[in-house]
Design a protein. Structure first.
Length: 229
C-alpha cells in the first residue's frame, strides 16, 4: 500500500524547472482545463462547466501549498476556497445551461444585468471583501490579503453572473485579473499568473462576442414589430 501511495505522491508532484523555479504539472494542467472552460463558456457550450470543475480540483491542491507540499509552499486561502466555490457555482451553471439546452433553447441567452441586479452584486462585493479580509488574515493567507479576498469574491460573482447569462460577468473578470496577476507573481505561481494575463486579453474578446449576441437577441423582437401585419 505504501508503494502505491508513494507512486501517487510522486505523480502528483511531477514538476519542471523554468527560470530556476519549480512548477508543478498539476498547476499547468489545472490552468489548461480552466482555459478550456473559459473558451467553452464564451461559445456557450454546456461542457464548459464540468471541464472547469476538473481544473478547480487540481488547482485547489496548488493553492494550499503547505498542505499539499508544493515547491512554493504558500497558502492562498482565497484562491483555494474559490476553487470550492467554483465547483458549487459551476454545478448550478451546469444544471441551468443543461436544462435550457434540453428544452430546445440555447444554453444561455446573453443580456446585460439590470441596475438592480448590479446593485446587489456591488453590495455583495463590499460585504464579502470586508468580512473575508480579516478572516483570511487570521488563517495566514499570503499578503496583501484584501487582494486574495477580492479574487475570491469577484470570481464568485463572475461565475454566478455567467450562469445567469449576464454580459457583465466579463467585466468582473477583468477586475479580478487586474488584482490576481500581481498577487500570483508575488507568490511565484507563474503558470497561474501567465494564465491570468492571457485571460485579461481573452476576456475582452469574450466580452465583445457576448455583447454582439446580446444585441442581436435584443434586436429580434424590434425587427419583428417592424414587419407589417
Amino acid at each position: 500500500m505504501s508503494s502505491v501511495t508513494d507512486l501517487l505522491d510522486q505523480a502528483a508532484n511531477v514538476s519542471l524547472t523554468i527560470g530556476g523555479h519549480k512548477i508543478l504539472w498539476r498547476e499547468i494542467v489545472g490552468n489548461g482545463f480552466g482555459l478550456a472552460s473559459a473558451i467553452g463558456g464564451m461559445r456557450r457550450m454546456v461542457w464548459a462547466w464540468p471541464v472547469g470543475i476538473v481544473g478547480n480540483v487540481l488547482l485547489f491542491t496548488v493553492f494550499l501549498g503547505a498542505a499539499f507540499n508544493t515547491p512554493q509552499g504558500q497558502n492562498l486561502y482565497g484562491q483555494a476556497c474559490r476553487q470550492i466555490m467554483f465547483i458549487c457555482v459551476s454545478a448550478y451553471g451546469w444544471y441551468r445551461w443543461r436544462r435550457a439546452k434540453d428544452s430546445g433553447a440555447p444554453a444561455v441567452t446573453p443580456r446585460w444585468a439590470t441596475w438592480r441586479e448590479r446593485a446587489v452584486l456591488a453590495a455583495v462585493a463590499v460585504v464579502s471583501v470586508t468580512v473575508l479580509t480579516p478572516l483570511f488574515t487570521r488563517l495566514g493567507s499570503f499578503p496583501p490579503v484584501w487582494a486574495d479576498a477580492w479574487i475570491f469574491t469577484g470570481s464568485m460573482l463572475a461565475t454566478y453572473s455567467m450562469a445567469r447569462g449576464w454580459v457583465d460577468f466579463w467585466l468582473i473578470w477583468i477586475a479580478v485579473d487586474l488584482v490576481g496577476v500581481p498577487l500570483l507573481l508575488r507568490a511565484q505561481l507563474y503558470p497561474s499568473a501567465a494564465l491570468y494575463t492571457f485571460y485579461a486579453c481573452f476576456v475582452i474578446w469574450g466580452f465583445v462576442v457576448w455583447l454582439k449576441v446580446s444585441r442581436a437577441e435584443a434586436g429580434r423582437p424590434a425587427v419583428a414589430q417592424e414587419v407589417p401585419a
